[in-house]
Design a protein around this ligand. Structure first.
Ligand code: SF4
Length: 249
């Protein structure tokens, strides 16, 4: 039974929130769904603030998949959500997608990436991964086929530098993106670690369906929705305070 929840996140540049209806019991994959809207609000706020002087614009456009060759880390709730989406595909489509994921993982294993798949290593291997030129398994005709449920980092990466810089690793350090108040993947990874009583972790998108299947018991566990959201907001405020000082009152 859904219960009303008044969401309020205060960042250094304003407030976002609104009234949500959250189930009294929900799986982490369902919780990730509930957080997508909050993430969109935080992104919208950051974009409005960054573009306020009108000397910049967002270069990202439909049909540009240049950034979709990067390694995408997802939190456990996102992994469970995406696994649910893939499970809902018709069998042939699911098989094709899982095969694409497996092909990329094989290439990564051959390149010695396996033990580097830890949250703190994602940044360090980003350029190496990009150079391997492996489009995301969800990318078709330069469009995201999982757009409504795409990971937080995919939503949050909005480029203001010229789009042509995005397609080449030699320009990696020159690409400019909208600065954000929070990184939702980090907070959701920590939240999942806390409630599952496990180490906080992130999983590469190309391995997340397999990972979710291996952690099926955790995927099926149910938690109090309002309590999850309350704790997530606390974590976001901790992150905002540590990076930008005291949030707005
Ligand atoms: S999930 Fe979608 S947006 Fe993210 S990398 Fe893959 S194709 Fe691109």
């Amino acid at each position: 039974m859904p219960v009303p929840f008044d969401l309020l996140v205060k960042t250094a540049i304003g407030r976002v929130g609104g009234r949500l209806q959250l189930p009294e019991e929900m799986r982490l994959g369902e919780f990730a769904w509930s957080v997508l809207q909050l993430d969109e609000q935080l992104i919208g706020q950051a974009v409005r603030f960054d573009l306020r002087n009108k000397d910049k614009s967002i270069s990202c456009a439909k049909g540009c998949g240049a950034c979709c060759k990067q390694m995408v880390p997802v939190s456990p709730p996102e992994a469970f959500m995406i696994a649910d989406v893939v499970a809902s595909y018709p069998a042939a489509r699911r098989k094709e997608l899982l095969e694409r994921m497996a092909t990329i993982r094989t290439r990564l294993a051959e390149a010695g990436f396996n033990e580097k798949f830890k949250l703190e290593h994602f940044k360090a291997v980003a350029v190496e991964y990009f150079k391997m030129n492996m489009p995301c398994p969800f990318l078709e005709e330069d469009s995201c086929t999982v757009h409504p449920e795409r990971p937080f980092v995919c939503r949050e990466f909005l480029v203001t530098s010229p789009a042509e810089l995005c397609g080449d690793s030699i320009h990696f350090g020159k690409v400019r993106a909208v600065p954000l108040s929070v990184r939702m993947t980090d907070a959701m990874s920590r939240l999942a670690g806390e409630v599952l009583e496990k180490e906080s972790t992130a999983i590469p998108l190309v391995g997340c369906v397999e990972w979710a299947l291996e952690h099926r018991e955790d995927a099926e566990r149910r938690f109090d929705g309002p309590k999850l959201m309350t704790r997530l907001v606390e974590m976001l405020h901790e992150d905002i305070q540590s990076t930008a000082g005291t949030p707005e009152k």
